[in-house]
Design a protein around this ligand. Sequence first.
Ligand code: ADP
Length: 381
Amino acid sequence: METFGDVATEIPKILVVDDRKENLVATRKALKSIDADIIEAESGNEALSLMLHHTFACVLLDVQMPEMDGFEVATLMREQDQMKDIPIIFATAISKEEKYVDQAAELGAVDYIFKPINPNILKSKVQVYVDLHVKQQQLNELNNILARNNDELERFAYICSHDLQEPARMMGSFSELLEKDYQSVLDDKGKNYLNFVRKNSVHMQSMINDILTFSRVGRESIKCEDVDSNSVLNEIKEEFQKQLEETKATITSNGLPVVQTSPTLMRVLLQNLISNGLKYQKGNVQPAITVSATEDERNWTFSVVDNGIGIDPEHKDKVFSMFQRIHRKDKYPGTGIGLSTCQKFVELYGGNIWFESEPEKGTTFLFTIPKLTGKEQHVAA
Ligand code: ADP
């Protein structure tokens, strides 16, 4: 094993196929300074059998061999999943004519060299494929590590927040009971402390719920179905009904479409963006939210426009980072998880999310939902 940073890779292997022993010896000599294991085969059959059991960075394949020639070996290699992507360098003494070179190219040969082989040229050609193989291995390993870490992290967040739900609820319920049953015993200072405990348990429950939603994104399999975004919006309006009446806020839209996506994605996105639009307000204006959607060949683009306090463009990355908040917690309560959940969801389904804003004038959040090819999209009335 070789290590690169924290990533370990196997020593690369090169397969040299030639029916003549002296050629195998000469090739081994030419490649001796390359950091790789050189494995030899004296026939096409032996080479194919070796390729079934090893992963090779490249194969040096003699064209003229008895029984099975190099082209036949290459044809069989291209039919096998575990061999079809191995780079082939053909080596031949006689077939310099164009048609052989073309045939080699059609079989996916990455190179074609003529005997007598110049050892330096051979070495530098093989080195390129060995380096490429090592880089590919490192990339695959890094991807695996990343996927494993993400998975562990999400599982950890899920288990933690799931198990924290109950104690947080208990804290809330018991402080309510304490306030109700022991009113007469508590002085103002005691009531204040209790209020503080209750408020924090509510905040903790919101955090736990938001982390659970965040960690659930991606745990369920990706599924698309017809989602009527108009109906989703109407359900959300009903949820906010009380708040809309109290603040005289309005939520308007103009015929939102039916799109092929996850219903949970649509709900989480509209719910979070509308809730933020209603929350981050100046206080002296009636909150007004407008939801609309436009389409082009590839995407639906949804926008949620508010007339609130706006966001300074310098915070453009911060707002999508977990737990990052740019406005004061006492004035605008929140967990700083909503937009990161939105971003994670949208990106999982191949879309994007961003905002345009002018401080004090309002913010427009936009997100895209890629269209599925071959599916009709309809606009709901
Ligand atoms: P929070 O629970 O804090 O609202 P979000 O992830 O939804 O968390 O938002 C992150 C931060 O982005 C918020 O704390 C707020 O500072 C800012 N923000 C989000 N939406 C808006 C908006 N519509 N107008 C102004 N600021 C916003």
